[in-house]
Design a protein around this ligand. Structure first.
Ligand code: ADP
Ligand code: ADP
Length: 226
């Protein structure tokens, strides 16, 4: 099967003053369990590509499908993590993670089990009750990552998730993302502007170029042995 498929997708944004081709004739096929990283300079259409998959941007032409079904409108079952964690300030870490369960009406005991597993995987133990402002930026992103993964989404989309963090924290979080991906076999699409990060994380690296945003090259990355 195919987890994500874009076929000849072009997106044009038109405002009163400007007309921008954000992505042009992009085709991409992602198999279940793949970790695809999308790299390229600012403005090359990386975010637009993720939004297409999430159903938040509609193609001007071409088609997008998720697990074999055409994407028409916002996709509720995918996970999405952004550069800003966007946590609820008045709720502790664990309750922020469980927000996902409440929004989806997940069974409580299943949600609790998943939350505890993700808290363990991301090293958030001991911080379950901490409020966002009591957590470092890296810890806040861990909470956001757990929240995005709580319902075991078939596809996880990440848009520069750790871009605002210092290099060391980013390296730690990348290692955790890699471990979570290996343990859960989630299909991941991650956008970054760092080639080093793209190569470290991805099983496949998609390089985009701007004006208009196109796929320039794709590389398969050899996975290091465990
Ligand atoms: P990247 O994530 O690689 O920085 P984006 O996908 O955010 O690139 O943007 C690609 C191009 O499309 C840019 O020129 C950007 O200004 C433009 N763009 C993105 N979203 C919109 C929008 N909603 N309206 C108008 N132009 C947009
Ligand atoms: P920049 O973002 O300025 O391009 P680098 O290219 O040096 O910085 O590295 C970017 C990021 O790539 C690192 O901060 C880290 O998140 C990730 N990275 C690169 N190599 C590794 C690795 N071996 N283990 C974990 N993360 C890595």
């Amino acid at each position: 099967g195919t987890a994500v498929e874009l076929d000849g997708v072009t997106v044009r944004f038109t405002t009163k003053q400007t007309r921008t081709t954000a992505v042009q004739d992009v085709s991409l096929r992602v198999r279940p369990g793949e970790f695809v990283t999308i790299v390229g300079p600012s403005g090359c259409g990386k975010s637009t590509l993720l939004k297409l998959v999430a159903g938040l941007v509609r193609p001007t032409s071409g088609t997008v499908s998720l697990q074999g079904r055409p994407v028409a409108g916002p996709q509720k079952d995918i996970g999405f993590a952004f550069q800003r964690a966007a946590l609820l300030e008045w709720r502790g870490a664990r309750k922020n993670i469980l927000l996902q369960a409440e929004m989806r009406g997940m069974p409580r005991d299943l949600a609790a089990r998943r939350a505890d597993e993700l808290i363990r995987l991301t090293g958030l133990e001991g911080f379950e009750q901490a409020l966002p402002h009591e957590l470092s930026g890296g810890m806040q992103q861990r909470v956001a990552l757990c929240r995005a993964l709580l319902h075991q989404p078939p596809v996880l989309l990440m848009d520069e998730p750790f871009g605002a963090l210092d290099a060391l924290t980013r390296e730690q979080l990348n290692a955790e993302v890699n471990r979570i991906w290996r343990e859960t076999s989630t299909t991941v699409l991650l956008v970054t502007h760092s080639i080093a990060e793209a190569v470290f994380l991805g099983t496949r690296v998609v390089v985009m170029s701007p004006r208009p945003g196109r796929i320039q090259q794709e590389y398969d990355v050899d996975l290091p042995a465990e």
